[in-house]
Design a protein around this ligand. Structure first.
Ligand code: P6P
Length: 333
């Protein structure tokens, strides 16, 4: 039996991968782990503490905000603020960036873009949800307040990215650009323990994940590729939580699609705190992540905090196959 390696121990050990690391990123990742444990506790008992139900207003994505969204957002902001390693936060739940005003935060090197509780519409029906985060190095001088430009960076500039999936078990998956590792929460000791070392996405798989209900609203080439997936007897799995859907594909192979539609001509999902972090993780695991114009997600210019993007992400051979369909049918249009 392998000995337990906790998230904290792993992060500290991996710090030597970055010769110039001075421990800030280590501290920041550990604090995100703390926030994830607190959110996990509440997600697991949401039905018991009357925290369920609709909070009422809509967030930047137009999603009706669930009370757990607010709780998760508050806890992430609290832990990131206390870390002293984060100078600002961009969150799906907040229209503007959140500068960290405390003495250590103001001069910190990193900013965090996050979706504190992705797929939260599932929470009231006991289906898995997740937290997504991406960490960038600030561009502005530490002597001036953090600003929007610090966040409007390409995904290729991400220093680290990760997600927490609150499912049948709670797993934290992250990368700092040197591979992808997964840590499963052991509630008996309150620690995230290394459970999936050096995750590699299968080169192809039998799953495709798309909201079939929007089929008629997708462009021709996407409809033809989705037809091909069905004709190939791939299995359709769609939970309505990006973290959950992509987690399955990361481990078992497949492709996740959220193409642009008439309602969302740029795509629905958010570039900064959904598409870029998940793309960093999947690329680090050997996968591919592009938009429906066949451009690499992580090369996309970020012009707005809540900028949307279409996305096709997953096993490299399946993305290559999709590109062939797009080339064939776009020529027809
Ligand atoms: P639809 C959840 O609201 C989310 O942002 C992602 O987690 C998920 O993949 C997508 O939206 C689901 O959107 O339009 O299929 O309900």
């Amino acid at each position: 039996m392998n000995r337990i390696i906790t998230l904290d121990e792993f992060i500290i050990k991996r710090q030597k991968d970055f010769p110039f690391a001075s421990g800030e990123l280590t501290g920041l990742l550990r604090d995100i782990g703390v926030a994830a444990k607190i959110i996990n506790r509440e997600v697991n008992r949401a039905g018991l503490v009357n925290i369920l139900g609709i909070e009422g207003h809509e967030n930047e994505s137009g999603d009706t905000v669930q009370k757990m969204d607010i709780f998760s957002n508050d806890k992430m902001i609290e832990c990131l603020s206390n870390s002293g390693e984060c100078c600002g936060i961009a969150s799906e739940e907040n229209e503007d960036i959140i500068p960290i005003e405390n003495v250590s935060g103001k001069k910190a090197k990193y900013v965090v873009a996050m979706d504190p509780l992705d797929g939260s519409s599932n929470i009231d029906v006991n289906v898995s949800v997740g937290t997504i985060f991406g960490i960038y190095r600030r561009l502005s001088d530490t002597e001036v307040p953090v600003n929007k430009e610090d966040f409007l960076q390409k995904g290729s500039e991400l220093v680290a990215a990760g997600y927490v999936l609150y499912g049948t078990s709670t797993i934290l998956v992250y990368t700092t650009g040197k591979g992808v590792n997964g840590f499963t929460l052991d509630p008996s000791i309150g620690e995230f323990c290394l459970s999936h070392r050096d995750i590699q996405i299968p080169k192809k798989g039998n799953y495709y994940s798309v909201n079939q209900g929007y089929y008629s609203k997708f462009d021709l080439e996407m409809r033809r590729y989705i037809d091909h997936c069905a004709d190939s007897n791939y299995r359709l799995r769609y939970i309505g939580s990006m973290v959950s859907d992509i987690h399955r594909i990361l481990f078992q192979g497949g492709i996740f699609l959220y193409p642009n539609t008439r309602k969302y001509p740029q795509g629905k999902l958010r570039l900064l705190y959904e598409c870029n972090p998940m793309s960093f993780i999947v690329e680090q695991a050997g996968g591919t992540a592009i938009n429906c114009q066949m451009e690499r997600i992580m090369d996309t210019e970020a012009k707005e905090i809540h900028q949307r993007s279409s996305i096709a992400i997953g096993s490299p051979e399946m993305l290559d196959e999709m590109k062939q369909f797009v080339a064939k049918y776009q020529a027809v249009v």
